[in-house]
Write a protein that binds this ligand. Structure first.
Ligand SMILES: Nc1nc2c(c(=O)[nH]1)N[C@H]1C(S)=C(S)[C@@H](COP(=O)(O)O)O[C@H]1N2
Ligand SMILES: [Mo]
Length: 336
């Protein structure tokens, strides 16, 4: 059986759509911390594999002719194409667990970083070599070949998932978010992540000042109120870890109801704003297992926010306060 192949124009339009889907689903998968995001990560993977499936057609239909024209900018296009392949390859390395990366440079983080690097190249490529969609592009051949591409990609991804499990590769323990398990219920093994530009402050615990709604709160008060909650910290860098955290819900410390949101600020300036309706489900933690927090993990006080991704779990908290602004009035990713 011969699979239907799209024309050169159709291939280019399909690839542009696939990259758009891949970028969108990739970003969405960050925003959600619960397993419900699984279908988004599956769509993300199928879009990635579809790009690979279309690569030979792309090479045959437009890359060869494009190179023959010998434009100076062909090097930019080649770089763009190689980056796309590298990003897909890193996605496969992450999801199978075949390669974790080197230290901070996890396979997933590198995948994400290169993904952002290729975005401007993508826009440049699409606008400098425009294929204006025509009604005639959406013919039987387009639909059949798009369907065939997606089916081959879905089978390839399914095969990868089965192989990963059969071969017992590290990628077999991924959550719906795509993250791998690390050191659950072993606080000592939990990674320490400062993900953009802050680092652990050196203020000793005895001198720590925690203000809630402007009032100084003794850390012993928190320690006395704290009780265990099992929650999964799921870093956008591609790992998750479940711990038994010793926590107090923000709702018990702050009367959040009469404000739109509340803000939690770190000694470093790193801050996140949460909707007030979530005050019962966002906690201040002082320990995990039967230990107090380590400084690298946010001691003496950090946020534990079940169902939210890592960036919400503010470490080294010095301030919790009401806010009249809506919670979404903030940078999507915090910088200090
Ligand atoms: N102040 C501060 N808090 C922070 C971060 C940070 O960079 N600065 N990183 C966040 C991210 S992205 C993650 S995944 C978790 C990591 O927590 P851990 O270092 O205890 O594993 O902390 C969150 N809290
Ligand atoms: Mo993270």
């Amino acid at each position: 059986m011969r699979l239907p192949t799209p024309s050169g124009r159709q291939t280019n339009l399909l690839l542009a759509m696939l990259i758009t889907v891949a970028v969108t689903t990739g970003v969405v998968s960050w925003g959600v911390g619960t397993g419900a995001v699984r279908w988004v990560t599956v769509l993300h993977a199928v879009a990635g594999f579809s790009i690979v499936v279309l690569t030979p057609v792309k090479l045959r239909t437009s890359v060869r002719a494009g190179l023959r024209r010998g434009r100076a900018t062909r090097w930019l296009s080649i770089t763009f194409g190689l980056l796309v392949i590298a990003v897909v390859a890193l996605g496969v390395l992450h999801s199978t667990g075949l390669w974790f990366g080197v230290g901070y440079w996890s396979a997933l983080w590198t995948h994400t970083l290169l993904g952002f690097v290729l975005l401007p190249l993508f826009f440049w490529h699409v606008f400098s070599r425009p294929v204006r969609p025509r009604a005639a592009d959406l013919d039987r051949r387009a639909l059949l070949s798009a369907g065939a591409t997606a089916s081959v990609a879905a089978v390839a991804y399914g095969g990868q998932e089965v192989l990963t499990r059969v071969a017992g590769l590290a990628g077999g323990d991924r959550r719906g978010t795509g993250s791998h398990e690390i050191a659950s219920f072993e606080p000592a093994g939990l990674p320490r992540v400062s993900w953009i530009d802050d680092s652990a402050p050196s203020t000793p615990v005895e001198d720590w000042q925690l203000r809630i709604a402007g009032e100084l709160v003794d850390l012993d008060v928190l320690r006395d109120l704290a009780r265990p909650v099992d929650a999964i910290l799921d870093c956008t860098g591609g790992w998750w870890s479940e711990q038994r955290w010793q926590v107090v819900p923000v709702a018990e410390l702050l009367d959040a109801d009469h404000a739109a949101s509340f803000t939690v600020r770190s000694a470093t300036g790193y801050a996140r704003r949460f909707p007030s309706s979530d005050a019962a489900n966002v906690h201040l933690a002082v320990g995990y297992g039967d230990e107090t927090l380590r400084r690298g993990h946010g001691a003496p006080v950090r946020v534990v926010a079940p169902g939210r991704r890592g960036p919400w779990w503010v470490k080294w908290v010095t301030e919790v306060d009401h806010d009249d602004r809506p919670w979404w009035f903030q940078l999507p990713f915090p910088a200090t």
